[in-house]
Write a protein that binds this ligand. Structure first.
Ligand code: 5AD
Ligand code: SF4
Length: 443
């Protein structure tokens, strides 16, 4: 078949899409760049908030229309939405042919073969515990995503992920190291370790190393840059902070979702830490890790959040001075405890609060970005756009950096001098090319 994957949501989904592609290609199917050239369209979905679900519904509506007009098309719904009853209802309504949850993505080839052989509908929603993949590094990419664990054992009351991705399962060390080595051999310059809670790595099986040890082992391959996401503050321990501080090629960039600055709301969210405990971790990070960039996730307008609670979140912003933040309004997701037990507040209150957070974050991001003016940073240029004045890359601490397009002739790591900063971007000029050998030159 001629397959195209449309990916929604987080980096875990990006990684899963890559696995789906590898499976299909290994099974003799072709991947095409544009959905319009495909006769198999796979939607790898996200269900964490209402918005990404609406996007999938719109897309399915379009595809149903084209099919009614005579287009020969197999439609697959995969990822988090597929796992939920909500997704199963949507799949039925739009005549989806293949429904596969995030725990069973390696069933995709069987599913496609069975549909080709005349089966009407294929569903697989089990959680496979062995996390089998036939992964090969993505071609033409300088970043390798490497899942080290899946699932989540926390039960934050707003979150649907424990239902969609199941309980935590850590992948075996030898599999992780094989993938890391294969990525290195393929010329990958940056490995991103992925998991819902990477710092819970190994906790469910006592023979496995800790997350800090895994981090060190992956860094010891000599890959120029190692990053990871996401961490839960509850088990973000000192050994992880020490490894980041001591190891040169582990990026000084930490994403540590706080969600709220109010202890009352953190308790209602079942986040399992207090504001004070969170701030203690932040202080330790700032003391030990030089030039660190800290980012977070925040939810504005969680049920029961008063103006005073929201002020606590604002004051936490002033204390932490996050370099970057992903900010959301609370979205009541069917199936979550907060949807069942708490009353949502008016949308306007939530968006007003979000607006205030965005305003403050802009201030702190600008403050922090200005510190880089006049300094040299190491930037990974992963893609060269077709047109435009600038090419975009990422610094070791995950800043978005723009450099003049005429200075970039190949992909790789560059030394860039930063000239000016805005809240979201650093603008610079190339001082030198860093990467010794890059097998993956621009396509
Ligand atoms: N509403 C709003 N934001 C949510 N997130 C997860 N569930 C919800 C929800 N129901 C946010 C959290 C999480 C990020 C991935 O998405 O901030 O850290
Ligand atoms: Fe969701 Fe909480 Fe698990 Fe993160 S830790 S995936 S927010 S339940």
């Amino acid at each position: 078949m001629r397959a195209n994957i449309i990916t929604y949501g987080c980096q875990m989904n990006e990684y899963d899409s890559h696995t789906i592609k590898s499976e299909l290609v290994a099974g003799g199917h072709d991947m095409v760049d544009h959905p319009s050239d495909a006769n198999l369209i796979i939607l790898n979905t996200c269900a964490v908030r209402g918005k990404p679900v609406e996007k999938v519904i719109t897309q399915l509506g379009e595809l149903r229309k084209e099919r009614r007009q005579g287009r020969d098309l197999t439609i697959a719904l995969m990822g988090c939405l597929a796992q939920l009853e909500e997704g199963q209802v949507i799949a039925k309504k739009f005549g989806v042919d293949i429904l596969i949850g995030p725990g069973a993505i390696t069933d995709v080839l069987d599913a496609v073969n069975e549909i080709e052989a005349g089966k009407k509908q294929y569903t697989s929603l089990e959680f496979k515990s062995h996390l089998e993949t036939h992964i090969t590094p993505a071609p033409n990419s300088l970043t390798g995503y490497l899942t080290i664990m899946r699932g989540c054992n926390h039960h934050c009351t707003y979150c649907i992920v424990p239902d969609t991705r199941g309980p935590e399962v850590s992948r075996p060390v030898d599999v992780i190291m094989q993938e890391a080595e294969a990525m290195k051999a393929a010329g990958i310059q940056e490995i991103y370790l992925l998991g819902q809670n990477v710092n819970s790595y190994g906790l469910e099986q006592n023979k496995l190393p800790s997350f800090a040890q895994i981090l060190k082992m992956v860094a010891s391959t000599g890959i120029p840059r190692v990053k990871f996401t996401t961490s839960h503050p509850m088990n973000f321990s000192s050994d992880v902070i020490d490894v980041i501080a001591e190891t040169e090629n582990i990026a000084n960039f930490i994403h540590l979702p706080v969600q709220s600055g109010s202890n009352k709301i953190l308790k209602r969210m079942a986040r399992e830490y207090t504001r004070e405990e969170y701030l203690k971790i932040i202080r330790e990070i700032r003391e030990k890790v030089e030039d660190v960039v800290i980012s977070t996730d925040i939810i504005a307008g969680f049920p029961g959040e008063t103006e005073a609670d929201f002020d606590e979140t604002l004051s936490l912003y002033e204390e932490v001075k996050y370099e970057h933040a992903y900010m959301f309004i609370y979205s009541a997701r069917p199936g979550t405890p907060s949807y069942k037990h708490f009353e949502d507040m008016p949308r306007k209150t939530k968006t007003d609060r979000l607006g205030k957070l965005i305003e403050r974050q802009k201030h702190w991001s600008l403050e922090s970005n200005r510190r880089y003016e006049g300094r040299n940073v190491r930037v990974l240029i992963k893609e060269i756009g077709q047109s435009g004045e600038y090419v975009m890359g990422y610094s070791d601490q995950n800043h978005t950096v723009l450099v003049p397009a005429e200075q970039i002739t190949k992909l790789g790591l560059y030394t860039v001098k930063i000239n000016t900063a805005t809240p979201h971007t650093l603008y610079g000029t190339v001082e030198g090319f860093k990467t010794e050998t890059i097998p993956l030159l621009m396509a």
